[in-house]
Design a binder for this molecule. Sequence first.
Ligand code: CU
Length: 388
Amino acid sequence: MHFSSRLTGLLALASAVVAAPVRQPDPEVAAATRVMDLKTTYQKQILSGIAGRQMGCSAKNIRIRNEWYASTLDDEDKAGYIAAVHCLNSLPAKTPLERAAGARTRYDDFVVAHIEQTPLVHASGLFLPFHRYFVHLYEQDLRTQCAYTGPLPYWDWSLSYQDPRSASVFDGSDLSLGGNGAYVPDRPATTITLPGGFKLTIPPATGGGCVASGPFTPDKFEVRLGPVAYAPTGPDGGLGYNPRCLTRDLSPEFSNQTRPSRVLKLIDECQDLACVNAQMDMADGVPGGIHAAGHWQVGLEALDIYASPADPVFYLHHAQIDRVWTIWQGQKPAERNMQVWGTGTALNEPPSPNVTLDSMIEFGILAPPKSVRELISTVDGELCYLYE
Ligand SMILES: [Cu+2]
């Protein structure tokens, strides 16, 4: 398969460089292969669940979501996707200027909704269902407002865990989401403040400046909202008008936390959503994990837990987070499509009631609220998709 052959290729290259006298089987290759098996189990479960349906989500209308590498996401789809993102970023905002003076385009509406909801939908029981629907709403707009017809792409960072600069999504070509930020020497570390006041220091990595190549360079793309989580913060708590370039700082240190064995640990070992959410945001007892490290390995705009949708790769990262969750769900669907966890505030600050299937999730200006129950399955309600 594409996934394992690509990864095997990368790893073979790496092991050739550090030629050891005795070849040890690489645990990451084995983990990636096992994740593929579990993905197949999930796919079979979804397809058997909808087989024979005449109405709603069926084998006839289910959409496949593809990795940016995948052969099924061909050059035309990639070009179409990039054009649709630029299109969203040219349509007028629906957010009133009194609510967010920096929201100038439809693309910004999503950033505003994410900033507003952040304290409720991160490190909480609403995290996974909120982001599942948030990505879906973005996909809907790409299709209905901007005529995108290809698959929704995801970025499987476990393929490029050794160095995110090797990910095709960042190769800087016209068919990428842009390259690294230009290297800025002697840049200080970035201190990010999470909801609840927790602070984290992110050291500088390989970039640090404006995205220097591809479709999101300063002449083609502008970030207007934020920063919220790090200094110097934008006006009006990040909702004001703060035009600037998209910056990145790709980090091979943080990408190591999104290696295949981390994905496998979540899918294979977690028996409940407490464990799933812990694996998303913690690594060996400290903040990290596949969700956080997915953001941190991109850096800068992507570090900002509030305004991170300002970087278009946000949606591909969160599609992959959703993919990991749903592959986990697909191993024991009857049980795991009923599970809830946590409360409705980040780290339960301020304390809030436990999340139930009937808890409502807000999407600001983007859409009416949805219950957790409506978002827990990718094929039983409004949603209808399958991950490759
Ligand atoms: Cu988020």
